[in-house]
Every structure is written in structure tokens, then in C-alpha cells.
Design a protein around this ligand. Structure first.
Ligand code: GTP
Ligand code: MG
Length: 199
């Protein structure tokens, strides 16, 4: 499905549920471990360099960041997990923040990101378990595809999904080269403007 990002703007950062913006018809959330490329993926999808803040140091995104696309639906950047240097209090805060958010009933779809080069971690499996528990539709995305030879990407993306315990398919994505961008945009299109059905 043809879908283009015509506009994208930052709305707000939220910690508590009371700070979430007014819901829209659709909300697509991006989850994954720290440094996997969540903020970069948002920038690449939107064709904007600095919309979401990225960093080579894990743990950059600490709050839930809401971006409004096409004045219509939210794309949501979530803080990553598995940041080894994070103190316990910070990890507990993360758990509460995620639980509140995922149980809010706002999330229409989750993009769960995994690094195409590495086997999913225990925390990835736990995150995937939450997604299944809350029954939220999801798409798996294997990030940093540019770090692997083209011929190895498809197999590696699928293997990562399989190791997570999911059906063996993940979109191979690179924020550097734009690989996988059209596919993800198409999937967004299918979520936010599903084909009309005859009544
Ligand atoms: N080569 C390559 N590097 C990437 C890609 N995506 C992200 N990176 C790099 O990975 C690092 C982390 O990217 P972020 O987008 O900040 O990661 P994040 O998942 O938002 O991290 P947290 O906010 O800490 O959870 C940065 O140095 C990015 O430049 C990619 O597709 N290819
Ligand atoms: Mg981030």
C-alpha cells in the first residue's frame, strides 16, 4: 500500500499515564533494547535527521516520546531496556512506565526491534512475552541490516524472529541505507488507512 509521511512533529514526552496526549485513532509504538536503533528508525521513516534524539550511548531515550504523523496518528518512541549501566531504580522505573503504557489500551501496533547481528537476549524474550500477553499486534524488525552482507540479511532477520519464539519473519531494516523503509511504510499504511470494505 502506498503511504507517505507528509508531516511529522514532536508532541510531548510522558512518564506518567496522565501525561499522555489525547489519543488518536492509531498509535504505533517502537520497542527494543537500548541502542538497537529505535530513535534512528523513527527519523529514517519520517525522512528527518533530528526528529527523535539518537545517541551512540545507550539509554538516550528515558521517557515516552509521542510524534504525530500526517496530523493523524502517533508514532511512539519508547525507552530501551537492557542498558547494563542503568541502576536498579532506573530499571524499576522502566518496568512501571512500560507496564502502564502497554496496558493503557492505546497501542494499536508495536514494532519490536532486534539487532540483525545478535541472537535475542533474555530481556528481548521477556519483552516479546509482554506483547503477546497484552495481545497487541506486532511486527518484528531486524535493525542495522547494513552491518551484514546483503546475501545474509534475509536469513539472519528470520533467524532472529525464530529465536524469539515468533513466526520466522522480520523486516530487515537499515536506517543508514533505507533498506526495509518502503516495507515498513506500507505496513504503517495498512494500519492507519486499512482498505475500505464493502458494506
Ligand atoms: N549502521 C547502523 N547504525 C545504526 C542504525 N540504526 C541506529 N544506528 C546507530 O546505533 C546507535 C543507537 O541508535 P538509537 O536510534 O539512538 O538507538 P535507540 O534504540 O533509540 O537507543 P535508546 O534510546 O538508548 O534506547 C546510534 O549510534 C545510531 O547511529 C542502522 O540502521 N545502521
Ligand atoms: Mg532512543
Amino acid at each position: 500500500m502506498d503511504f507517505t509521511v507528509k508531516s511529522a512533529r514532536f508532541i510531548t514526552s510522558a512518564g506518567l499515564g496522565s501525561e499522555y496526549p489525547e489519543p488518536r485513532a492509531h498509535e504505533i509504538a517502537i520497542v527494543g533494547k537500548s541502542n538497537v536503533g529505535k530513535s534512528s528508525l523513527i527519523n529514517s521513516l519520517c525522512g528527518r535527521n533530528k526528529l527523535a534524539k539518537t545517541s551512540a550511548t545507550p539509554g538516550k531515550t528515558r521517557l515516552i516520546n509521542f510524534f504525530l504523523l500526517n496530523e493523524d496518528f502517533y508514532l511512539v518512541d519508547l525507552p530501551g531496556y537492557g542498558y547494563a549501566a542503568a541502576p536498579k531504580s532506573e530499571q524499576e522505573k522502566w518496568g512501571r512506565l512500560m507496564e502502564d503504557y502497554l496496558s493503557s489500551g492505546r497501542v494499536s501496533h508495536i514494532y519490536m526491534l532486534i539487532d540483525i547481528r545478535h541472537a535475542p537476549t533474555e530481556l528481548d524474550r521477556r519483552m516479546f512475552g509482554y506483547i503477546l500477553y497484552y495481545g497487541i499486534p506486532y511486527t518484528l524488525v531486524a535493525t542495522k541490516a547494513d552491518k551484514l552482507a546483503k546475501t545474509k540479511r534475509r536469513q539472519a532477520a528470520n533467524a532472529a524472529a525464530k529465536l524469539l519464539g515468533a513466526p520466522p519473519y522480520a523486516v530487515a531494516y537499515s536506517s543508514e541505507t533505507g533498506d526495509g523503509r518502503e516495507e515498513l511504510l506500507g505496513r504503517i499504511g495498512a494500519i492507519v488507512c486499512p482498505p475500505e470494505t464493502d458494506e
